[in-house]
Design a protein around this ligand. Sequence first.
Ligand SMILES: [Zn+2]
Ligand SMILES: [Zn+2]
Length: 461
Amino acid sequence: MITEDARALLATGGVCDSCLGRPFADRSFGLTNAERGRALRTTVALADDEDFDPTPPTDCWVCEGYCGTFDPIADAVVEALEGVDFATYQVGTQVPPLVEENDRLLREDAGLEPDVGESLKREVNREVGRRVGARTGAEVDFDRPDVLAVVDLEGFDPREALETGSVTGHAVDVQINPAFVYGRYRKLERDIPQTEWPCRECGGSGIQLGDDGEEPCDYCGGSGYMYDTSVEQTVRPHVVAAMDGDEGTFHGAGREDVDARMLEEGRPFVLEVKRPHERDPDPAELEAKINEAADGSVEVEGLRLATYEMVERVKEHDASKHYRADVEFSEPVDEKRFDEAIAELDGTTLAQETPQRVDHRRAALTRERTVYDLEGELRSSTEAEVRLHGEGGLYVKEFVSGDDGRTEPSLAGTLGVDAEVTALDVTGVEGEDEPFEREEYFLDEPRDGDDDSDDDGSDRN
Ligand SMILES: [Zn+2]
Ligand SMILES: [Zn+2]
């Protein structure tokens, strides 16, 4: 049967060993298609007592020579990956439509199913991939490789490649997937936004049009930004440089108000680096560099190399927040009344309408948010310090002020005096069900003294 099929395939014209073997690719695991083809050709020659006369790829009407070019393609891929740091890779191939058509016609002319065995595309991917792996020591990864080499067969002439032993460079396009660094940041000064914030007047150009033409924007002083710096601008350049990448994107686990500090254990973030040529920087060194340059306004801690899943983790993971707030009252409050109000509100569930200060275009929505824990202390008859642990999404400024009745209950409402947050610090961001930091999201080993963050997180839940 199989000999009959092989004979029919050979009758279509000059066919190379790979193209002859490819329709039988699902037989005898462990052979290459070329080995299958060679064996079938031998069998047919012996059975028919004919001279053994193999067809080299260059004379093959099906692949037009491509099946002889796996080595030069692999050379070109390895060359294109020169200077790129990667542990996993994948090879993808674009096959010219006419050659794909030949592969179908071969089977049809021989009376076989049009898609029996393996496609040329898969054969090139596998054969080139195997060679790239052997030469670089990297592992193949079909899911999320560090690098993807796309081979466009139309980008070179196979017969020329067979003669010269090399393919032209533009036949191979290398895509480098992003790399990720996780950490937690503290913001020790107020009026620093989390991400860079272009000037609302000039749109970030730093330029306005005056009577005499272009001049520096009055609003931002020509910097193009609303604030001098941001957490993102403090962290990003160092990570991008350490990974020798093109650009970076900052992903935070939520964000605090610009005028709030972020203290204590800090807030989880991931810095995503596009087109990194280095994937394995020393996180401790990187951390030291960022902190030294930030000079006390921002600090990062617990930096680790992370998987791409960590981005979704920091963005989607449900987290509760710890706050510390300075509160001012419009008239004196006595201690007993204050303590009673705190006790009454501890553990309560708030109904909060979207605050007035939040984007007016956002539809008003009433949400329920729980105050897990509340403590307070009067500093004077009109000032207090309040510490609150609340469900994610709770608006703490509005919990204190009542926001003209949009938050119920509130500290102001319970006390019967106007109350306002004059200074706010976020003192913790922690996962509701489990900590943000789980080993499966990291690519490196934990550093000494690094793993206590996991314990802290789970203890408090
Ligand atoms: Zn061929
Ligand atoms: Zn401006």
